[in-house]
Design a protein around this ligand. Structure first.
Ligand code: BV8
Length: 225
């Protein structure tokens, strides 16, 4: 039975009240990417980075999945073939909507990572410089997210899903961040049909066979039907 691989970005969580990155008033407009989403930025000002991620962790914990997240969870449940959600998002809204087969290629807000021993554990809501690693006791905790210049999680698994996909859908992403923005080519060159669902044309719209534009809570449930 056919396999559907779905890439999601910040746009699918926008209507749950979580900021996107590059829209007006987006997350990056309050902070420069270089200051908060790079290892150098964290080394330069770990307090700022902890505050940035702790605020987002709190926001994400209070957010509810929206009709688009729920429609994808329904698709996963009722589709006879396999459905894989590869998300760039670090919020847990796909899982909160009931999706099970979710790969967080940029990590998750609820994860903490010890920079000293690489132990991963559930982050406290407020992570600070004093947050102590439960495994080695060091106070070098960081959000378990993938910053610019770092290698995304699950890449081998993602590439093999793209090679086997019969349908690749991209939902709510501006197509400006790699390697996620290259997934559509990877899927197409392996014979997949491709569809983009986004509020408006993205950087990579021309790479898709079909495009639907509009708010995710409207166009995703329609597309799933
Ligand atoms: C890597 C951290 C090597 C967690 C993030 C030059 C050329 C090409 C590449 C590079 C280059 N220079 C550097 C690079 C590599 C770099 C990169 O891509 N830079 C870009 C800026 C050019 N990439 C990396 O460093 C990556 N690592 O390359 O390692 C490697 C590669 C392959 C294999 C092995 C090793 C690591 C990138 C990860 C960075 N971390 N996040 C966090 O803080 O969240 S990225 C960040 O951007 C988020 O993860 C976010 O998800 C992601 C992408 O943004 P979007 O999700 O698309 O969000 P955005 O706001 O941009 O767009 C929202 C979209 O939604 C819009 O289109 C809008 O229209 C739409 N929308 C809005 N509202 C709605 C909606 N749609 C529907 N309904 C709505 N209501």
């Amino acid at each position: 039975m056919s396999k559907i691989v779905i890439l999601t970005g910040a746009g699918i969580s926008a209507e749950s009240g979580l900021g996107t990155f590059r829209g007006e008033g987006g997350l990056w407009s309050q902070h420069r990417i270089e200051d908060v989403a790079t290892p150098d930025g964290f080394a330069r000002d770990p307090e700022l980075v902890h505050r940035f991620y702790s605020a987002r962790r709190q926001q994400a914990a209070e957010a509810q999945p929206n009709a688009a997240h729920l429609a994808l969870a329904q698709l996963e449940q009722h589709w006879a073939g396999e459905v894989v959600i590869v998300t760039q998002n670090v919020d847990g809204l796909h899982e909160a909507a009931g999706a099970r087969n979710v790969l967080h290629m940029h990590g998750t807000l609820r994860g903490a990572l010890c920079a000293a021993c690489a132990h991963q554990w559930q982050a406290p809501m407020e992570m600070t410089l004093e947050t102590t690693c439960p495994a080695c006791g060091a106070q070098q905790a960081r959000p378990d997210v993938v910053w610019f210049g770092e290698i995304p999680y699950h890449m081998e698994e993602i590439i093999s899903h793209l090679e086997e996909a019969d349908l690749f859908a991209s939902i709510g992403t501006s197509g400006q961040v790699y390697p996620a923005a290259s997934f559509v080519q990877e899927a197409a060159v392996n014979g997949a049909d491709t569809v983009e669902l986004n509020l408006e044309p993205s950087e990579i719209s021309r790479a898709f066979g079909v495009r639907h534009f509009g708010p995710a809570t409207e166009i995703v449930p329609k597309w799933v039907e």
